[in-house]
Design a protein around this ligand. Structure first.
Ligand code: ADE
Length: 417
């Protein structure tokens, strides 16, 4: 194990308390950890993870370490790092961590490099940074990779682009697309935690407000649903006709962003794309409008255009709230500098949500260790057996029993006639 870089090991006791609190909400991952501890399926495998350094991630690291892996962790976003968790992981669990909350881009890059220096055999990414550094600057290490996992839509976009260029050198399991992950993470998790981040930063009353969701993918659907649940009038802006139709049939108003710009009180971008809200939108927005991004990168709100529009200046009015004075009696409030609001201004997904993602992650790592060498260098779905096992374990943890098919039903469903 290499040496760690964390803010303050004196915070370890607080971090341990948080890790244990989260663990109590993560029964699926815990049951996998217990099995891993007895079967040791990852014995001696070097695993590098570039994930948000939270109590939930800490429990995934514990599961991998109990499975026998030699684990190192760095932060996928300096703003989401919990320094006390980083301290506890190194101090109480002997895991190598490179993460300090709020560190700059150079320190962030150095953390990724430190993990790559450990010659990982399996990577876990949240945005594809480990695999992109390995492909860009460590070609000699690529043959050591059994494979990687990816937690985000954005990371999968990058990795599929690499695959399309014929350059992807190892199998990648698309954890982000597992059905159990999608349902809990994107839909329930980001839906709730995005609202939580906005409310923590602003303490707005959402009832009666007009709430604009830009992007109606899995995550956008969750955000729109929760905003409606809080009493807001919800407008959806979407470029895909099927999704736009679905939004309309769900009872949301659907319109182009330009039109929604003059109507909205709160705007949330959640498309995974860039320049979703730009100058043409800012110039139509109402005084006091709140702008937040729930997509992975801070490129969905055009920050350069926003700065250019702020002829009256920019000031921080509350933690995580920057006010852009448009010089004409209108002020726009940008949350968390346009970074992913649920992690920057809130605590990210609740532990019960990450339980599902990280159960998929742990089983995906086990799958790569067992079968990575036989898999093609491509982005693969998480095997259906893993998804079903995660769902089964979750139902068991909830004390829910379900029926199973009878032999006659199975025969009927198998028969062409
Ligand atoms: N992504 C979103 N929420 C998270 C959390 N609580 N921990 C790790 N990654 C996350």
């Amino acid at each position: 194990m290499g040496s760690s870089r964390v803010a303050d090991t004196g915070l370890a006791a607080d971090g341990q308390a948080r890790i244990e609190w989260a663990d109590a909400q993560m029964p699926v991952l815990r049951s996998i950890r217990v099995r891993f501890a007895s079967e040791r399926p990852l014995a001696g495998v070097r695993v590098a993870a570039c994930l948000h350094v939270t109590a939930e991630t800490a429990n995934l690291m514990r599961a991998l370490a109990d499975g026998g892996a030699d684990v190192a962790l760095c932060a996928a976003n300096p703003l989401s790092t919990r320094d006390e968790v980083a301290a506890a992981l190194t101090h109480h669990h002997g895991i190598e961590v490179h993460a300090v909350r709020g560190e700059d881009g150079a320190a962030y890059a150095a953390n990724v490099t430190a993990l790559v220096d450990g010659r990982p055999q399996v990577t876990l990414d949240d945005g594809a940074d480990l695999l992109s550094v390995l492909h860009d600057s460590r070609p000699s290490q690529l043959s050591e990779l059994l494979g990687g996992t990816e937690e985000t839509t954005t990371g999968l976009l990058r990795l599929r682009a690499l695959e399309a260029e014929g350059r992807l050198a190892c199998p990648v399991l698309a954890v982000n697309e597992a059905r159990t992950e999608r349902l809990f993470n994107d839909h329930y998790g980001t839906g709730q935690s995005t609202l939580d981040g906005i409310l923590r930063a602003t303490n707005l009353l959402l009832a009666g407000r007009t709430f604009v969701v830009l992007g109606y993918g899995w995550t956008g659907k969750g955000v729109a649903l929760r905003a409606r649940g809080a009493g807001a009038q919800v407008i959806v802006c979407e470029v895909d006709p099927m999704r736009a139709l679905e939004a309309r049939m769900e009872g949301f108003e659907v319109m182009p962003a330009r039109e929604a710009a003059s109507r909205g009180d709160v705007f949330v971008t959640v498309t995974g794309s860039r320049d979703v809200l730009t100058g043409v939108h800012f110039e139509r927005m109402k005084d006091g409008a709140v702008l937040a991004n729930a997509g992975h990168f801070d490129i969905e709100i055009d920050l350069e255009a926003l700065r250019a529009a702020a002829t009256g200046g920019v000031r921080e009015v509350l933690p995580f709230v920057e006010q852009y004075d448009l010089g004409d009696e209108r002020r726009l409030n940008l949350l968390a500098s346009g970074r992913v609001v649920n992690l920057a201004a809130g605590e990210g997904h609740p532990a019960a949500v990450m339980d599902m993602s990280f159960a998929n992650q742990a089983l995906a790592v086990e799958h790569l260790v067992r079968h990575g060498a036989e898999l093609a260098a491509a982005v693969h779905p998480v095997p259906e057996t893993i998804d079903r096992e995660v769902a089964r374990l979750k139902l068991a943890s909830l004390g829910v029993e379900i029926d199973s098919l009878t032999e006659a039903q199975r025969d009927y469903l198998r028969s062409w006639s």
